[in-house]
Design a protein around this ligand. Structure first.
Ligand SMILES: [Fe+2]
Length: 205
């Protein structure tokens, strides 16, 4: 169970965290291992310098469909096949290298960084118009940060491990009940590509 600061969070979030004592059965989220080495501290150092927007949860859109405005996610209606960097990554060589490593596994279709302010939150919702699956990689996860899924417990981001999460079918809510901002990035991939299929669903044929 997660105890939130009840003076600051909307009732819906307080109740969600208070009354849903579910645990994961592994169907909505699970840790995954990326098949290349990377240094989380170096990525965090660069991620701190990215040009974030001013939305309630600050975002920096880094990779997606070529020659389009930000679609917001890898849309279910997308027919895109060509993806490129959406900002100049020259000042961010570690992030560039990480993206290169991802694309060596198989094509990724959308990648964005998100910075949540202290005591920030995202109301319970589903990402109904988006590719059902994405991988989240936390770069900081202060005590008090929680990513909770309805009926499926909380995501295990201990040791900053990446997780594959079904965000379009399962309602979820995120809080940062701490005094520090926290940074995470997430990406969608072509899950039908053998490289990604093997990482996401290693037991499937
Ligand atoms: Fe979401």
């Amino acid at each position: 169970m997660t105890t939130l600061n009840t003076d600051l969070y909307p009732k819906l979030i307080r109740d969600f965290f208070l009354f849903d004592h579910s645990v994961s059965d592994g169907t909505a989220h699970k840790p995954v291992t990326l098949p290349f080495a990377y240094d989380l501290a170096e990525l965090l150092q660069e991620a701190e310098q990215l040009p974030y927007d001013d939305r309630p949860v600050n975002r920096c859109y880094v990779w997606g469909p070529t020659a389009q405005s930000d679609p917001g996610c890898d849309l279910l209606t997308s027919t895109d096949t060509d993806y490129t960097a959406q900002i100049d990554l020259t000042p961010y060589p570690k992030i560039q290298s990480f993206i290169d490593s991802l694309n060596a596994v198989g094509p990724i279709t959308y990648l964005t960084f998100k910075r949540m302010k202290p005591r920030g939150y995202i109301m319970p919702h589903i990402d109904s118009e988006c590719n059902p699956y994405k991988i989240y990689v936390p770069l900081s996860w202060p005590a008090g940060s929680e990513f909770k899924m309805f009926g499926q417990g909380n995501i295990d981001f201990t040791d900053l491990k990446p997780n594959l999460i079904n965000t379009s079918d399962v309602m979820h809510s995120v809080v940062n009940d701490s005094d520090e901002h926290r940074i995470i990035f997430s990406f969608y991939a072509d899950w039908s590509h053998p490289g990604w299929k093997h990482i996401a669903w290693p037991n499937s044929k």
